[in-house]
Ligand binder design. Structure first.
Ligand code: CU
Length: 341
């Protein structure tokens, strides 16, 4: 008992951690209707294939047992043994029917799952264009009103209960959208457009990950999905439409000037400022996101310093060059970035 109690104490945090993580990034996360449908289909497949497997094993052992008994009885082999016994013929017919019914059941279950998922796609209420790049996600929230279109990066917000169509594109190589707690995988292929519809059913934070090897920093290509209540989502949406906060002191003003007129503005855009580059993440509300560089670092002042100062040492090979800012420029840029809530 003296050994068991500490062992239990050591294992408990791991178990609790695994339970929390399960919803964060897991096929069993049940964060969306689609994940539920997949899980139901998975359970049917598991049950049917499991029963078949157990039957095969049972017959195998029955065969071994019978063979053993025959050998024990020292029965002389005769041609009679090679003829199919009526009982065996019946078993074969039974097996054929069972396999046919099992396969037909799986095909029917797949068909109905596919149909019910297509039904959600027909009721789309929100559209997002998600473009994969080496190695980050560019998200554009679409609207019929051009003034209500905005971009963000590496983090999505979805309203609970609202069918959302995510249009998937790639700017370079094949990537794969995979937020296991919400839906299945869907590839993003250069030159082709695909889509996936999600109806989130539980608020929370769900981690996604590029699921197709896309280069050296493939592992650092995460996507955070926040499923919000509808009022929270509307609040977030309204905030995203607003331009970036104006600088309020000399330090943030210096950062603003460097970011919007220096080399950063060629690639990054910041709403309401002259920075309008489209090939790197939009920074308008950068500081309100949970992470930097597609989930590579948690959002914090220290990590902003590290990233801006030398992005190549944090995520080697990414497209953001190490510019070599002077210390006062670095302080100013980070101070301004921190105001972009
Ligand atoms: Cu990848």
């Amino acid at each position: 008992m003296r050994v068991r109690a500490p062992a239990f104490a050591a294992v408990l945090p791991l178990v609790l951690g695994a339970c929390t993580y399960q919803h964060y990034q897991s096929d069993f996360g049940r964060g969306a209707v689609e994940d539920d449908q997949f899980l139901t289909l998975f359970t049917i497949f598991l049950a049917v294939c499991g029963v078949m497997y157990l039957l095969v094993i049972a017959f195998l052992f029955a065969g071994i047992w019978r063979r053993g008994r025959t050998a024990d009885a020292n029965v002389v082999e005769t041609g009679r043994h090679h003829q199919s016994h009526p009982l065996m013929r019946g078993t074969l017919i039974g097996w054929s029917i069972l396999i046919g019914v099992g396969l037909a059941g799986l095909a029917i279950a797949s068909f109905f799952t596919d149909r019910s998922m297509a039904k959600a796609a027909a009721h789309e209420k929100l559209s997002i264009t998600l473009t994969a790049n080496q190695w980050w996600w560019d998200a554009q929230y679409n609207s019929d009103d051009p003034s209500k279109i905005f971009r963000t990066a590496n983090e999505l917000h979805l309203p609970v209960g609202v069918p959302t169509r995510i249009i998937l594109r790639s700017n370079d190589v094949i990537h794969s959208f995979w937020v296991p707690s919400l839906a299945g995988k869907q590839d993003l292929i250069p030159g082709r457009e695909s889509d996936i519809t999600v109806v989130p059913k539980r608020t929370g934070i769900y981690r996604g990950q590029c699921a197709e090897f896309c280069g050296t920093q493939h592992a650092h290509m995460a996507l955070v999905v926040n499923v919000d209540s509808y009022p929270d989502f509307v609040k977030w949406w309204d905030h995203q439409l607003r331009p970036a906060a104006a600088p309020t002191n000399a330090m943030t003003l210096a950062g603003y000037k460097y970011l919007t007129t220096g080399p950063c503005s060629a690639c990054h855009s910041i709403g309401g400022t002259p920075a309008s580059g489209q090939v790197a993440p939009d920074l308008t509300h950068l500081a309100s996101r949970r992470s930097i560089a597609a989930g590579t670092l948690p959002m914090s002042e220290g990590n902003l310093y590290g990233w801006v100062e030398d992005p190549q040492s944090v995520k080697p090979g990414n497209r953001m060059p190490t510019i070599g800012l002077a210390p006062d420029q670095l302080h100013a840029v980070v101070a301004y970035l921190e105001t972009l809530k």
